[in-house]
Design a protein around this ligand. Sequence first.
Ligand code: ASP
Length: 317
Amino acid sequence: MYGIIATWRMAKEGIEAADKMLKEGDTSGNAIETAIKAVEDFPYYKSVGYGGLPNEEQVVELDAGYMDGDTMAVGAIGAIKDFANPVSIARKLSEEKVNNVLVGVGAEKYAREKGFEEKEMLTDRAKAFYRKRKKEMDQELKPYDGHDTVGMVCLDKSGTVTAATSTSGLFMKRSGRVGDSPVVGSGFYADSEVGGATATGLGEDLMKGCISYEIVRLMGEGLSPQDACEKAVNDLDRKLKEKHGGAGDLSVVAMDCKGNFGCATNIGGFSFSVAAEGLEPIVYLVTREEDGHCTFKEADKEWLEEYMRVRMAPVEE
Ligand code: ASP
């Protein structure tokens, strides 16, 4: 069995490439890195890699994480500037004995030393979004409350599970702010004996539940990926509302070591992409019922076309 699952529609093209690699027997690590790089490189996705939206100082700071579920190796970078493919740097860091998590200038120094591609990541389009947003916010600069990090879990034919993320974080975030995406156990987690999980949403809240680790732990106790995702999201959502005055967006996907998958969200409008042996790459739209149960159905042609039209529409300032 093999498979790959990812947050959001934007992962579809990457998933297609990964699916081919997995079919031919390539490794989970290579497939997930290729799939995430495809999202990082696409300029119209404004929450990941090139074209990602900047922080309040109009600087694009990127976070990424990578975990190998065979060895428990983890690598992550936070608040890195001007590198094309943060996920590749995170994966490289996972091979180091120590110093696996680097941020800011230290991460940049490491990436330069290792010869990773340097690139100005702030696009004219992202600058236009920044100007527009600034105009809309006449008093206070508040971070954007939508979310769109790409996170993936991948299983290869030999049974290796990996998980990885990449994001520009919250639009209009503070300089130096790091969310859940590069934090192991929160943004991503992989254990080849069980499976993997990854999250998107308000990092500050996802971290409070170590949500990706929690999902993998629940799967390890025997819950299906769907039940584990729902339990982790609903428990955290409830606790945040009770103790913290409200819950931010929490959306997750998971795949177990047999290729079964699941998802959960506490918002409307979550989508995910998945491919597996016997399942061609597909985009699902998730619906949350009143009781917290989540169901999903295939996105139709109209939805998919509208998605791309909106992503590529000119920015009206
Ligand atoms: N989880 C990300 C963060 O807080 C945001 C997102 O999912 O888009 O940085």
